[in-house]
Design a protein around this ligand. Structure first.
Ligand SMILES: [Zn+2]
Ligand SMILES: [Zn+2]
Length: 144
């Protein structure tokens, strides 16, 4: 675990916080605060949701994680703060990173004088698992 990377955060690195950072490191699942809480609870049964939430808030304020709001049900967190887009499954809410640079040009008539510095595109669809389930009407034998 790259503890060194977190040294500059100005965070007191308690074992609980390290467990949260460890869980998020390289995590591509875009977990919610609840998901992170349940994952670290296995290691730290005394962990409180408030601690998880406060740590996530601090990390977001320090720019080491991003908060993404593409899931209307809950905020999700992304340890990858490089600009990227997202693909979301409309059925199971799985979120996949899209690292493509789209040059979307807005005509001046709609920018309202803004200097555009970035964009975030949300693509919606059905992941392979959900597509499979809707494509094949009859239930699959064996699995699940
Ligand atoms: Zn899905
Ligand atoms: Zn992402």
């Amino acid at each position: 675990m790259p503890i060194q990377k977190y040294k500059g955060l100005g965070l007191k690195l308690t074992p609980q916080r390290l467990a949260i950072l460890d869980y998020l490191e390289g995590n591509k699942e875009h977990p919610s605060a609840e998901g992170i809480y349940h994952a670290v609870l296995r290691k730290f049964p005394t962990m409180s949701f408030a601690t998880v939430y406060a740590t996530l808030t601090t990390l977001r304020q320090k720019g080491s994680i991003a908060e993404i709001t593409i899931d209307p049900d809950k905020k999700r967190f992304d340890p990858n703060t490089e600009p990227h887009h997202h693909l979301i499954c409309s059925s199971c809410k799985k979120v996949v990173d899209v690292f493509e640079d789209y040059q979307v040009r807005l005509p001046e008539s709609v920018t309202n004088g803004f200097d555009i510095t970035g964009n975030h595109i949300e693509f919606y669809g059905f992941c392979p698992v959900c597509k499979d389930q809707s494509d094949i009407r009859k239930p699959k034998g064996g699995k699940h």
